[in-house]
Write a protein that binds this ligand. Structure first.
Ligand code: XCC
Ligand code: SF4
Length: 662
């Protein structure tokens, strides 16, 4: 114990986080005699991590294993079955993609079922919040809308979505093929990677990567790409149906970071991903303000963590408390009365830590239970009743709060969020009502801005929390890159006060500043325009993909020629691997700031970073150094603009069609 305490006291918290609120909590933690253990301590305790695992050359897909490969060492360069390092690395990556895809698409299925139940009258606590979006989605998937009631249409949209999960005919998933360019459609068909059904594709990927199946690394990678496109499909379904049920986000102003936890209130953190739970908790909390006052609090304060926090921030302006690395720190404020979780990214450690406080940990999904927590069997039927019970549990817990343990860092920053693609186009339309997207593509073609970058992904203990997101954002903004962000990347920026107009003045390069100011003058947006545009949760990366497709169509090219890049500076989850893989398939140079477990095979590494470009136009850039990563991303944008200019000039000079190559 003593050793442990000294160990913690020695820790320089700046090596653990770039977030001042997190740093303050960690400081607290190290000065309290090592009483609370966090992910950072456990990360340290895990060192050194297994070298075979890090390189992806540990195989556990059959129980003769684990087989660990030492490439080029005779006798040890193959597993017992003879699998080589390239087969094992490819299989392991493909299984990450399958895991991530199952996660996102399960979420999509859940909301599709909620929409269906709502339309059938079985989920009276939900309603169609955005009928216009319902009509747009119906048209997009090819459902005739004439003369149909909203409910009828909602049912048909839900069934169309569910068909994308379980179709057995050899037809492509509609939420994929109807949301991409003709060029991508043809490319996926040509490469035989178009999924026909999400569930089948994920199951097939698992089958393909079992013992004694596919040994061809390229074929395994193609299977993974197909699976990642199933991931995309499930994510698009999730985003579309969220908008239908909960409203398409519009610009909203709120605040972010741990300081939004207010000791005067009953504080409830919603954590996880699915707004079918968190949005009802917000409604329930509104109704029960009186009960909170009756126990001496000023009311109920719901705050968000991770992606469900992003969902609530985007639509309701609910405060965002922290992103994934900060989940334990929220409990450590001592002022959190309940944490209500649903699915994904919930560290089991929150339960252990909540024992040190009065915080009630409430689980709600039959797929995500944590021993020792309060479990509520939450379904779309009877949702409000259940949500009220949870809020009441938090109100009851408030009375057990120990004031001597309360420590809330005084850090909260303004955030302008709510940038669905619709909201962004609305701003552009004030400059060009006929072709809003042309405002963005013109600014790129004229060189005013260099292109678009999507920031996505998590926190990863292998890097100080948020440093990657923040430093790469600042570098790209200075280089006149238009930034959109989702997930815990957007959370990092929100907490740091970078999703504000003030940040534009502080960090944008001249071109980006001019572009944003011009938009601001024309559109007069209520809260101004931020340095980076918060597009929502991780499933909302499909909003950014929609933006990419629109830009490609407007520029008359396929996606690999569009100056558009993606970055996941702090990728952690299997879901991030799935997203990164489809981003590459969609034609994007895709930076990952934490080395995935791929270095054990030069062949697979080469496929991801080079061959992928030849086939799909997108490719991975693996680069943990932030300055180098930012430079690689800016270079990729400049290269695309330069090439497009050359191709355009050539086509003009010789009167030929624009070159399709990339
Ligand atoms: Fe999870 Fe979505 Fe990653 Fe954050 S960004 S750690 S996946 S919460 Ni999706
Ligand atoms: Fe070893 Fe082959 Fe089994 Fe993998 S599949 S654990 S390499 S025997």
């Amino acid at each position: 114990m003593d050793e442990q305490v000294t160990l913690k006291k020695k820790v320089d918290v700046s090596t653990r986080t770039a977030d001042p609120a997190s740093a303050e909590m960690l400081q607290q933690c190290t000065s309290c005699g090592g009483e609370y253990e966090t992910a950072w301590d456990r990360y340290q305790a895990q060192q050194p991590q297994c070298g075979f695992g890090i390189q992806g050359i540990c195989c556990r897909v059959c129980i003769q294993g684990p087989c660990r490969i030492v490439p080029k060492r005779p006798g040890q360069d193959r597993g017992i079955c003879g699998a080589t390092e390239y087969t094992i690395v490819a299989r392991n990556i493909a299984r990450y993609v399958a895991g991530g895809s199952s996660s996102h698409s399960d979420h999509g299925r859940h909301v599709a079922m909620t929409l269906l139940h709502m339309a059938e009258g079985k989920a009276p606590d939900y309603k169609i919040e955005d009928p216009a979006k319902l009509h747009r989605v119906a048209k997009m998937v090819g459902i005739p809308t004439d003369g149909k009631s909203d409910n009828q249409l909602a049912k048909e949209v839900a069934l169309a979505a569910l068909q994308d999960y379980g179709r057995w005919e050899p037809e492509a998933c509609t939420f994929l093929t109807n949301t991409i360019t003709e060029g991508r459609k043809a490319k996926f068909k040509h490469c035989n990677v178009t999924p026909t059904a999400i569930d089948q594709t994920i199951a097939q990927d698992l089958a393909q990567t079992t013992m004694g199946m596919d040994a061809d690394p390229v074929n395994i990678v193609f299977g993974a790409i197909k699976t990642s496109l199933a991931d995309y499909t499930g994510m698009h379904i999730a985003t579309d149906i969220h908008d239908i049920l909960f409203g398409t986000p519009k610009p909203v102003i709120s605040e972010a970071n741990l300081g939004v936890i207010d000791p005067d209130y009953v504080n409830i953190a919603t954590h996880g991903h699915n707004p079918t739970l968190s949005s009802i908790v917000v409604d329930a909390a509104r109704e029960l303000q009186g009960e909170a006052k009756a126990v001496g609090a000023k009311g109920v304060n719901v705050v968000g963590i991770c992606c469900t926090g992003n969902e609530l921030l985007m639509r309701e302006g609910v405060y965002l408390a922290t992103n994934t690395a900060g989940q334990e720190l929220a409990i450590m404020t001592g002022a959190l009365d309940a944490m209500i979780v649903d699915v994904q990214c919930i560290a089991p450690a929150v339960r252990t830590l909540s024992e040190c406080f009065h915080t009630r940990l409430i689980t709600t999904s039959e797929q995500a239970k944590i021993p020792g927590s309060h479990h509520f069997d939450f379904h779309s039927e009877g949702a409000m009743e259940k949500a009220k019970e949870m809020v009441r549990l938090a109100i009851a817990a408030y009375k057990h709060r120990d004031p001597s343990k309360v420590h809330v860092p005084n850090v909260r920053n303004k955030v302008v969020a709510g940038w669905s693609l619709e909201a962004l186009l609305d701003v552009f339309s004030k400059v060009n009502p006929e072709k809003p997207i042309k405002v963005l593509t013109d600014a790129i073609e004229s060189g005013e801005i260099k292109g678009v970058a999507l920031f996505a992904g998590c926190n990863n203990m292998k890097q100080p929390q948020d440093t990657g997101h923040l430093s790469i954002l600042k570098a790209l903004a200075k280089n006149d890159v238009f930034v959109v962000a989702t997930g815990c990347a957007a959370g990092a920026m929100a907490k740091a006060g970078l999703l504000t107009p003030a940040a534009v003045d502080a960090y944008a390069g001249e071109g980006l500043k001019k572009f944003l100011k011009r938009l601001e003058e024309a559109a007069k947006p209520k809260y101004g325009l931020p340095l980076a545009f918060h597009m929502g949760s991780c499933v909302d990366n499909t909003r950014a993909s929609d933006l990419l497709m629109m830009m490609a169509d407007e520029m008359g090219v396929d996606t690999p020629k569009v100056p558009f890049v993606a970055t996941a500076p702090e990728a952690m989850h299997e879901k991030a691997v799935a997203i990164g893989t489809w981003a590459v398939a969609m034609g994007l140079p895709t930076h990952v700031g934490v080395m995935p477990h791929i270095e054990g095979s030069q062949l697979v590494y080469g496929v991801a970073t080079q061959i992928a470009h030849d086939v799909y136009g997108g490719y991975f850039i693996f680069e943990p150094d932030h300055a180098k990563a930012a430079k690689a991303l800016v270079d990729a944008l400049e290269y695309r603009s330069w090439k497009l200019r050359v191709h355009r000039a050539t086509a003009e000079k010789y009167g030929t069609p624009l070159a399709a190559g990339y």
